[in-house]
Design a binder for this molecule. Structure first.
Ligand SMILES: [Zn+2]
Length: 323
């Protein structure tokens, strides 16, 4: 009987050792797979609710990987996009985001982040970058967005965020081989326009080793455009997140100064085609006008309604990749 128990114990120990070995080994292989391929940066546009069958509504979310697999998230999308985003954070970062940037606190940009912070998700955000106007300002000037803005400002003290960094204009943040330059932060004096959107932070990510950049405009609008054009040379970028989902955002002069090769449209199909249900260009949105501006520049357009897409920024240009 004693002998039997000893054999059984050895057997159990053997099984546990084997299982842990396989598990740890797999984890390591998974990480290496991403690490070895990266030079420059990989930008994944997460389509989420822009897709017809998952909401058919505008949402802004990106996950970006540096050369040594540092994970950067921009915005994150709507609350209903939280699970999709979380899957990426697990896949690429084992549940940890190294750098998270918020353009502005509207629900189509920070809804997923709020969901991840307040829900039961295991998540660690090493650094969160943002600039918000005061709560009073949002209450007074952005009634439509106020509930989310309030929730976001309150969530800044959430335990899942290790360092929160209130950004300033001209700030440079070094992240592995990628740097971020903060080009513009919210200006409380802008109160006579589309206020919550005009409170967008604008920043540019540059992969230094391959000299390629992408500018994020959030939902910046006409008054922000005037500010941006005070230093047009700062705007030049290889790629752009089209402002306000590709319509009614920044002015043509701003896109001229950016002069991009590649444009990311975070829009559902109806918005991209200005289709109110009666066909192409039947709506009241500015999307076709903006698309015409970009057509003049011969840009490649990446559109969210077609699903998640990853673009690798390389020395020679851009390539679409699987992961
Ligand atoms: Zn938006």
């Amino acid at each position: 009987m004693k002998k039997f128990i000893i054999i059984l114990l050895i057997f159990i120990i053997l099984i546990i050792t084997t299982i842990s070995f396989i598990y740890l080994h797999n984890k390591k292989v998974k990480r290496l797979e991403y690490e070895k391929t990266i030079e420059g940066m990989k930008v994944t546009l997460i389509a989420g609710s822009n897709k017809k069958d998952s909401g058919n509504i505008n949402s802004n979310a990106y996950i970006i990987r540096t050369r040594n697999n540092k994970i950067i998230v921009v915005d994150g999308g709507r609350d209903i996009d939280a699970d999709i985003l979380y899957d990426y954070i697990i896949k690429y970062g084992d549940g940890k985001v190294d750098y998270w940037y918020i353009t502005h606190a509207h629900d189509d940009h920070v809804g997923a982040l709020l969901e991840l912070l307040n829900g039961t998700y295991e998540l660690e955000i090493e650094n969160l970058y943002y600039y918000f106007n005061s709560l009073d300002w949002y209450e007074k000037y952005d009634k439509r967005g106020f509930e989310t803005e309030k929730a976001m400002i309150e969530a800044l003290s959430n335990y899942k965020i290790k360092n929160k960094v209130e950004c300033y204009k001209g700030q440079i943040i070094q992240m592995d081989n990628v740097n971020c330059e903060i080009i513009r932060i919210a200006n409380p004096e802008i109160t006579n326009s589309d206020n919550g959107n005009e409170a967008s932070m604008v920043f540019k990510l540059t992969a230094e080793d391959v000299d390629k950049s992408m500018i994020f405009l959030g939902d910046a609008y006409v008054y922000t455009s005037k500010e941006l054009l005070e230093e047009p040379e700062k705007l030049k970028s290889d790629a752009v997140q089209m402002s306000h989902h590709g319509q009614n955002g920044v002015t043509k002069e701003v896109y001229d100064a950016i002069d991009p090769d590649i444009c990311f449209f975070n829009a559902p199909e109806w918005l991209y085609n200005n289709d109110n249900g009666n066909g192409y260009n039947s709506g009241k949105w500015q999307s076709i006008i903006v698309r015409e501006w970009m057509k003049e520049k011969n840009t490649t357009n990446i559109v969210a309604f077609k699903g998640d897409q990853t673009v690798r920024f390389t020395r020679d240009g851009f390539e679409m990749v699987d992961n």
